[in-house]
Design a protein around this ligand. Structure first.
Ligand SMILES: *Cc1c(COP(=O)(O)O)cnc(C)c1O
Length: 431
């Protein structure tokens, strides 16, 4: 399988090179040249297969010859080592819980898959690589955990000081070894700016091999399609058309769902649900894509003004907005709607939402006023305790933290304070 740059100026690359480069030299996102639907026989028998087998069938063509089959199966088994339960909230309304991984957010699957691919490529090439990421919280935690102890890989995470939750900070600053956290005096956009600058800095890229680990990277983006296969299999027994509501920021997750549909998974419809950063819902209304400056909200993992993966979504529909609208509806919600929905859902269904999942559910319920007799699944993308300050004050209870977090508060935070780009550069050049 070859990957083309969506800016069309760079040459095509194999999966391996697309992963190690992250982004094409012309700054375009990589996109698979072909998407061949799965054989009907496999699609008919999904419910008889183990999720590991389904995942292998789904992703194999995107890897091509870059990873031997046995190794790929191994990577999938190690990636998908926790469940994605489907929990009923109401008639035809379900939560697909994607937060049972090690860092309690859905980004674990992509991070674990990518880490193991990079580890394999390193084994055969033996050239060290540095993963550089800016994070508003969840990406950094998932990448730190996914890449921890992976040989030949150094991870450098930039996060905005005092702008992430305590758990998120502990998850990325207490591991040590090959994981370094840079604590930036600024907001997420400042971190992002510094990372972009480093990727273009000739002195840095001559000396070290840099790649990214956000959903721009195909190895983090594509495995997210496994959720849709898993959710579909769990819900297919209801015999109704299946809709997925996806709380979205950079739109990697939703875009992976569209790839699952291209592979033949019969998903009826997608809901693109956002907080006040509503570039995509506005586009679906007006036909004009006009990104705004990022607005800070309580669902901060979705605070993205200009979603990178939007261009991949357009590519999937050949830039035809009519086709796009047939497949995706957009909804956006304010912080106050989000908070009151967390409260309302707790009272009505005794279910504790996190602020991101709450937006997915809000969209689903709004959509189901128009459409009935269809199964609606919203993706619950983070465990509520990751955003305990917002959730607890809203519903007046103390949340139970999962056992795997018990030790984290005792571990010592280690970070390097950063106030400007030249300090980032100095750190990278001496490491
Ligand atoms: C990253 C994230 C999102 C947004 O996912 P995208 O793929 O960027 O659209 C939603 N919820 C949570 C909890 C996240 O961490």
């Amino acid at each position: 399988m070859l990957y083309d740059s969506l800016n069309h100026l760079s040459k095509s690359e194999t999966f391996k090179n697309a992963v190690l480069k992250g982004i094409a030299p012309d700054k375009g996102l990589f996109f698979p040249r072909q998407i061949i639907p799965l054989k009907q026989k496999i699609l008919n028998e999904l419910s008889k297969l183990h999720i590991h087998e389904i995942a292998f069938e789904a992703i194999q063509q995107f890897i091509g010859n870059c990873i031997p089959k046995r190794k790929l199966k191994n990577i999938i088994e190690e990636t998908l080592c926790f469940d994605f339960p489907l929990v009923k909230l109401d008639k035809d309304i379900y939560s697909l819980e994607l937060f049972h991984g090690p860092t309690l957010a859905f980004k674990d699957v992509g991070a674990r898959f990518m880490a193991r691919c990079v580890e394999y490529f390193n084994e055969i090439e033996n050239e060290n690589i540095t993963i550089l990421v800016a994070t508003s919280g969840d990406t950094g935690a998932a990448v730190a955990d996914g890449f921890y102890n992976i040989s030949g890989v150094n991870v450098v995470i930039l996060y905005p000081k005092n702008k992430i939750s305590i758990i998120q900070e502990k998850q990325m600053t207490t591991l040590g070894k090959n994981i370094t956290a840079l604590e930036v005096d600024g907001v997420f956009d400042d971190c992002q700016e510094m990372v972009k600058k480093a990727f273009l800095d000739p002195q840095i890229i001559q000396k070290i091999r840099l790649t990214s680990a956000n959903s721009i990277n195909v190895a983090r983006w594509l495995p997210q399609m496994f959720y849709y296969f898993s959710g579909y299999v769990s819900a297919s027994k209801f015999g109704l058309p299946i809709n997925f509501s996806v709380p979205s920021g950079n739109f990697g997750n939703l875009c992976a769902g569209l790839i699952a549909k291209k592979l033949g998974l019969p998903i009826n419809h997608f809901l693109a649900c956002t907080n006040a950063n509503d570039s995509v819902p506005r586009y679906l209304d007006s036909g004009i894509f006009q990104p705004n400056k990022t607005i800070q909200t309580i669902s901060n993992a979705m605070d993205v003004g200009n979603p990178s993966n939007f261009i991949r979504i357009q590519k999937i529909f050949n830039n035809d907005i009519h086709k796009l609208k047939k497949n995706i509806s957009g909804y956006s919600f304010s912080d106050s709607e989000t908070k009151s929905h967390i409260k309302k859902t707790y009272k009505k269904s005794n279910y504790i939402l996190d602020p991101h999942g709450a937006i997915g559910l809000l969209g689903l319920q709004k959509h189901s006023k128009i459409i009935q007799n269809e199964t609606g699944i919203f993706l619950e993308t983070a465990h509520p305790c990751k955003f305990s300050d917002i959730v607890e004050s809203n519903i007046n209870i103390k949340l139970d933290f999962p056992n795997k977090l018990n030790n984290i508060f005792k571990r010592e935070k280690k970070s390097i304070k950063i106030s400007n780009y030249s300090e980032v550069k100095e750190f990278l050049l001496k490491s």
